[in-house]
Design a protein around this ligand. Structure first.
Ligand code: C5P
Length: 228
């Protein structure tokens, strides 16, 4: 079966408070997007990439795409809509049991080892899997006035990272059922809503999602440290 990669990159990244979407901010002389695609390519050079971009994206340059098989897909209103559009673009080409890995463009520090570990975990996996890390901090549930309501048990609490991998047929079904009000912020939650339990694959904590201004220098340090 084939491997498809979906990279949603149609977000505005408003929390970065930058002059451009965060996937185009510079990291070591290249935009975040170019790093992310290069990392994916190192692990999966034969796969086919669907890159979700906003319509008429003025920042995008195809020289940053190392894949020979790739396509550009118009993103949607929410992340889940962008991924849905990508799935639609491969309908008719993808087999029901092809694997689809979805990876946030804002995670340029994902390592080849983690990507290959995820792929290995998907072999003989009936539901699907995602990279994740166990929570290290004590977790608090807040009231809407910013006070603690209670402390969540940290035991068995994980941070969901990406990539997240599911069979094409299952992912299409899960996202087809998900409605905008469901708060589907990742693929796994849509699959969970079908009553299924995706597998957690322990990944690296430094697979951070660039979200806020202080994350960009962090990502620079991580990339430098990973080369040592
Ligand atoms: O904003 P957040 O970091 O949660 O976005 C996660 C990913 O989804 C990013 O890679 C972003 O570019 C993408 N996205 C998208 N289409 C949207 C919103 C977000 O492709 N409408």
């Amino acid at each position: 079966s084939r491997l498809w990669l979906i990279v949603p990159a149609a977000g505005q990244g408003n929390r970065m408070q930058a002059d451009r979407p965060k996937q185009y901010l510079e990291l070591e002389g290249r935009p975040v997007l170019a790093h992310t695609l290069a990392r994916l390519y190192q692990a999966f050079p034969e796969s086919c990439l669907c890159l979700c971009l906003t319509e008429g994206d003025p920042w995008f340059d195809p020289v940053w795409v190392p894949f020979t098989q790739w396509r550009r897909v118009t993103g949607g209103l929410e992340r889940v809509d962008s991924v849905r559009n990508a799935l639609q673009s491969i309908a008719g080409e993808a087999d029901e049991d092809d694997w689809v890995l979805v990876h946030d463009v804002a995670r340029p520090c994902v390592t080849r080892e983690d990507l290959l570990a995820l792929q290995a975990a998907l072999e003989d996996e009936p539901v699907g899997a995602l990279l994740a890390v166990p929570a290290a901090d004590t977790m608090k549930r807040a009231s809407d006035t910013g006070r603690i309501r209670h402390t969540e048990s940290r035991e068995r609490l994980w941070h969901a990272l990406t990539p997240q991998g599911f069979r094409y047929g299952l992912l299409k079904k899960a996202l087809g059922h998900a409605s905008s009000s469901d708060n589907v912020t990742d693929e796994a939650s849509a699959v969970e809503a079908l009553g299924l339990s995706p597998r957690l694959v322990t990944g690296r904590r430094d697979n951070l999602k660039i979200t806020r201004p202080e994350d960009l220098p962090l990502a620079r340090h991580i990339l430098a440290a990973q080369r040592e």
